[in-house]
Ligand binder design. Sequence first.
Ligand code: GLP
Length: 229
Amino acid sequence: MSTHIQIVPDSLALAGAGADWLAHRITRKPDLTILVATGQTPMGMYGHLAARVQAGTLDCSRVTAVQLDEYMGLEPDDPRSLRGWMERAFVFPLGIRNVVPLDDPATFTARLRDLGGLDVAVLGLGPNGHLGFNEPPSSPDAPTREVTLTPESLESNRGYWDGLAVPTQAITAGMDVILAAHETLLLVSGTHKQAILGAALDGPQTPDVPASFLRRTALTVLADREARP
Ligand code: GLP
C-alpha cells in the first residue's frame, strides 16, 4: 500500500491540516464511517472541524462515528469514559447522529460488519507504539477484544484524568478492524513521540510496534517537526 508523510511546523498546523484531510473526505462521501481516536493529539483537529460545522461549511449529519477504545468497569457517566470523551470532543460538536459504541466485542464486530467496515481510521500513536489499546505485542489479525493495559499506557493515560486512577482493563477495536479501513490518518505530535514514530515508519513491521503495520494500509501520517524532525 502507500504511505504519505506530511510534516507540519507545529501542533496548530497539525490541527488545521488534519481537519482539511477529514473534511475533504466527508464532503466527498457524506455518509463516511470513521474510527475516532481520543487522546490529546486529535483534539485541535476536532475543534477545527466543529468550527466548520458551526459556520455551515461542513455537514457531518450522515457520518457514523465508531469508538476506538474504552476502559472497562466504569459506570456510563464516569468522567473517564472514552465514549464520553469522544462524544464531547467529536460526536456532539460535529452534529453526528450515528455512533457505534465499543461496549462488547461481539456486538461491535457485528455492527461494523453490517456497515461494511470502516472508510477512515483517525488514530493517535501510543508512546509504546499501540493503536487504540492494541498493546505490544499485537499481531495484524488481533481481533476486537479485552486487554490489560501496560504500565506505559497506564502512565501516559494518567495525564488525562487529573488524579483519578486509570482503569487497568480496557477493550479495543482490533488490529484487524483498523488495518481494514480504506484509509488511515495517523496524527503525531511532540518530541516524546519521535522515537516511536521512527520505529513505526522506518523499523521492521513487528507486533512489538503495532503501529508499524499501518504501512500495509493507505496511510497518511501527519506529524509536526518535533515528532518528525
Ligand atoms: C492512548 C489511547 C489512544 C491514543 C494514544 C495516544 O492511550 N488509547 O487511543 O490515540 O494513546 O494518545 P495521545 O494523543 O494523548 O498522545
